[in-house]
Design a protein around this ligand. Structure first.
Ligand code: SF4
Ligand code: F3S
Length: 111
């Protein structure tokens, strides 16, 4: 199994998760992060670190689409291991529905 970043991360992008991952398997897009499924060791440490509960184990229902998205973009985006300032409007997006439509396929800056 692996852990997966879901749509709650979009535009919140708090980056608390990257600081705790023992294997540095987070990858950065323009407005969210993803986890590399082949690098994640399923330790679960990141799940409670995300303030908007965007990180879930892939054993949860209805995450197939996000599992595919994490795998696809982890191979394309740069690695991130150091937290930076979240977007200035990060708080405004907490708990918002329909963020999936705002997903950006563009890469983030990485470390
Ligand atoms: Fe990293 Fe562990 Fe989270 Fe996987 S479950 S992304 S290894 S902190
Ligand atoms: Fe996203 Fe939560 Fe990490 S908002 S960047 S999964 S701490």
């Amino acid at each position: 199994m692996t852990y997966i970043v879901g749509d709650s991360c979009i535009k919140c992008k708090l980056m608390d998760c990257v600081e705790v991952c023992p294997v540095d398997c987070f990858y950065e897009g323009e407005n969210m992060l993803v986890i590399h499924p082949d690098e994640c060791i399923d330790c679960g440490v990141c799940e409670p670190e995300c303030p908007v509960e965007a990180i879930k184990p892939d054993t949860e229902q209805s995450l197939e689409k996000w599992a595919e998205l994490n795998a696809k973009y982890a191979a394309l985006w740069p690695n991130i291991t150091v937290k930076r300032e979240p977007p200035a409007d990060s708080k405004d997006w907490e708990g918002k529905q329909g963020k999936e439509a705002l997903f950006s396929p563009n890469p983030g800056q990485g470390d």
